[in-house]
Write a protein that binds this ligand. Structure first.
Ligand SMILES: [Zn+2]
Length: 340
């Protein structure tokens, strides 16, 4: 029996660097940004954001937002009590993340949005795009801010489009594939049926939940409120929390693609320590890929040791499987990659 032909010629793997240029906070400036956003927010939103930030400062100041999220999640799952009274939950942390990102996303102007459309116009449809970012800048680059532009394929997860055009247009049927293993600011998950509800960006569901009205699952109806679906770069990528289960098929697609593609491009993605499981998957799948011709890393300019260390990091990842010879590095941040 003949194997299916590969679906994708190349994989583009995008990290925080692709969002930082639009003013979306990344790990290192997240807390300062969250504090500033909280300071200008109203009433209940400000109080809930500040409660999380205060707790974070008091008990876990040495953790970044991803580490904080992962640790609180571990404690919830294992029944380990957290310090502090009142304590914080993963719901609170997701709220802080969504409120902070929502504020940054609302400030993104047309010029910047065009950069994301530009990225897609230079990306051929035989490319699988994988983004670890929670924000939906790349999504908007395809669908437009109202979701009525070109359609987008989010890969094999159970998507239910909500609030899109009356002509039935939705972001789920397009020729552009965007895989988001850490979820998205415009996704909500139903614990009961497991479906992922996707909203166009101008209806970012956080706004609805902040306004106090819960959004119910369109399949299960009342009594099954949807939860934001943003996943920390947790070691438990697909098991544990039921909201991870929709991602199982998506990770299989990523693994299958990386064993077959001819090219891999890493753009604004430094493969941080927190993404350990992806690093292992990346290495193992590329080790079995006999068609692989190049692994190109596109990044911002760095000088001296910073540049050497950056390159060495990727060489160390691919050397053990004999693929480091395919690595090349280009000083080309996302904005330049995406074109004018
Ligand atoms: Zn449901």
């Amino acid at each position: 029996m003949q194997a299916d032909p590969p679906r994708y010629y190349r994989a583009l793997i995008l990290g925080a660097g692709t969002s930082a240029e639009a003013g979306v906070p990344v790990t290192k400036n997240f807390r300062a940004t969250a504090r500033r956003v909280a300071g200008s927010a109203d009433g209940k939103v400000r109080d809930r954001m500040l409660a999380v930030i205060d707790h974070w400062d008091r008990s876990f100041s040495f953790y970044n937002i991803e580490e904080l999220y992962s640790y609180v999640e571990l404690c919830e799952g294992a029944g380990i009590s957290l310090p502090g009274d009142p304590s914080i939950s993963t719901d609170d942390i997701r709220f802080l993340i969504l409120a902070t990102l929502g504020n940054a996303l609302a400030r993104v102007d047309d010029r910047m949005r065009n950069r994301y459309s530009g990225f897609w116009s230079r990306t051929a449809s035989d490319s699988l795009v994988l983004s670890f970012n929670w924000d939906n800048l790349l999504d908007i680059g395809v669908t437009g801010a109202t979701g009525l532009g070109e359609t987008l394929d989010y890969g094999p997860i159970p998507i239910i489009p909500c609030g899109f055009g009356s002509d039935g247009s939705s972001p789920t049927t397009g020729h552009r594939t965007l895989v988001k293993p850490h979820g998205s600011t415009n996704w909500l998950h139903c614990k009961r049926c497991g479906n992922v509800h996707v909203y166009p960006s101008h209806l970012i569901p956080l706004q609805v939940s902040i306004g106090g009205s819960k959004v119910n699952c369109t399949v299960c109806g009342d009594g099954s409120p949807l939860q934001p679906l943003i996943v920390p770069p947790s070691p438990q990528k697909v098991t544990g929390d039921p909201s991870r289960q929709p991602f199982a098929a998506l990770w299989r697609l990523v693994a299958e693609t990386l064993t077959q593609v001819h090219e891999v491009h890493l753009i604004g993605y430094s493969m941080p320590e927190m993404d350990l499981q992806f690093k292992l998957l990346f290495r193992e799948t590329l080790s079995r890929n006999t068609d692989l011709e190049k692994v190109m890393v596109h990044t911002t300019s760095k000088v001296g040791y910073a540049w050497t260390d950056f390159q060495e990091h990727f060489v160390e990842i691919l050397s053990p499987v004999g693929k480091a010879g395919l690595l090349s590095f280009r000083e080309e941040p996302f904005g330049r990659y995406a074109g004018p």
